[in-house]
Design a protein around this ligand. Structure first.
Ligand code: ZN
Ligand code: ZN
Length: 356
């Protein structure tokens, strides 16, 4: 079954007569389009890809499963949408819950009495969670490039080098390899490493620092997301203890990513291991997230998320411990759930490494 048929099946189950898919990651997943602007109108028997004149030619090349239509100046987008809805004889349309209020009001004004309401549930993201072989192969390529990037920048992990320069080198590396950056790389040293989402700043690395690098590539529309924490010069006993426990929690969590498991149980397992040293209280974020066309794809591994694990899902596993004034450790890998157990897509070594 192709993506469009899978979506139609879900629409039927949710009693959705017609849907406008406008979240660009969902649009790209559904159509194969790689540009930045487009929507899809879907009914039980018809579908249309809509974009503007910047992408007319590209849509013709990339969108294979439905006809593509585009508009240009002086026509407004909402006018064009109104015409397409009328052409497809849609009388009752649902939109995704992430559409901005102002956009909905604009659409409503142009749709001339067509019913317009939010869809009763998110329809595309749950489908996106289970990846095809082709999608997994693309994520795996992005993971390989992230591994290579880490290998490349470890030579910069030495006293006196600024976080900012390491961050730039990561970006250069991905660009040089015809990839995009999945997100602004995190390079957090010393006390900054206690901030899970620190941006690379002016601070220069010092002996005894933890240095956390969190980076990812976007390749062929798919992302990778890997984190490693290093120590500069020499590691203290306390650093070794904390690192060892985070690594133990990370490895056990990966092993627990099996078909039939539940994400909230895996999240609890990681916290239980960190609590062997009373450290779970310093692990504030979720254990992981779905990974795919978006870096934070659908799905969270979190105490409040009832998340059955299924073959074909791709997840990050990223426990961390963050101690104010001391520093932090996070170790993150990307994992596919398969019928024969978890398959790890990122392979950069994760034993404690002291550099240079
Ligand atoms: Zn990450
Ligand atoms: Zn992540």
């Amino acid at each position: 079954m192709n993506q469009l048929d899978r979506l139609r099946e879900r629409m039927a189950a949710a009693n959705v007569p017609a849907l406008i898919v406008s979240d660009i990651a969902n649009v790209q997943w559904l159509t194969g389009f790689t540009g930045s602007f487009g929507q899809v109108l879907v009914t039980p028997t018809d579908a249309a890809f809509l974009t503007d004149s910047r992408y007319t030619l590209q849509a013709g090349e990339e969108v294979a499963t439905m006809p593509a239509f585009s508009f240009g100046s002086p026509k407004k987008h909402e006018e064009f949408l109104g015409e397409q809805v009328a052409r497809m004889r849609i009388t009752d349309l649902r939109f995704e819950p992430t559409v901005a209020y102002g956009t909905v009001e604009k659409w409503r004004g142009a749709l001339n009495g067509v019913g317009l309401e939010a869809a009763p549930e998110t329809l595309v993201p749950p489908l996106r969670m289970v990846k095809t072989e082709d999608e997994i192969a693309k994520i795996a390529e992005a993971c390989k490039l992230a591994d290579a990037c880490l290998e490349h920048v470890t030579r910069l992990i030495q006293p006196g080098v600024a976080e900012f320069d390491i961050g730039l080198e990561i970006e250069f590396f991905f660009r040089r390899h015809k990839a995009g950056i999945a997100f602004a790389p995190i390079v957090a040293s010393g006390p900054n490493s206690a901030r899970p989402h620190a941006r690379a700043g002016e601070r220069k690395l010092e002996v005894g620092d933890f240095v956390t690098l969190d980076l990812g590539a976007t390749l062929d529309g798919y992302n990778s997301d890997i984190t490693r924490t290093f120590v500069v010069g020499r590691a203290s006993e306390r650093q070794r203890e904390i690192y060892g426990l985070v690594l133990k929690a990370q490895r056990a969590s990966i092993e627990a990513m099996v078909v039939g498991g539940n994400g909230k149980d895996v999240d609890a397992l990681a916290r239980q291991i960190l609590d062997e040293e009373d450290l779970a209280q310093y692990f504030g974020h979720s254990l992981g997230h779905g990974l795919g066309r978006s870096v934070h794809d659908a799905g969270r591994l979190h105490f409040s998320a009832d998340q059955p694990l299924e073959a074909g899902q791709v997840w990050t596993i990223e426990p961390g411990v963050y101690l104010e004034g001391f520093g932090g450790v996070r170790i993150e890998d990307d994992v596919v759930v398969t019928d024969s157990g978890p398959r790890i897509l990122t392979s950069f070594p994760k034993e404690l490494t002291i550099l240079p």
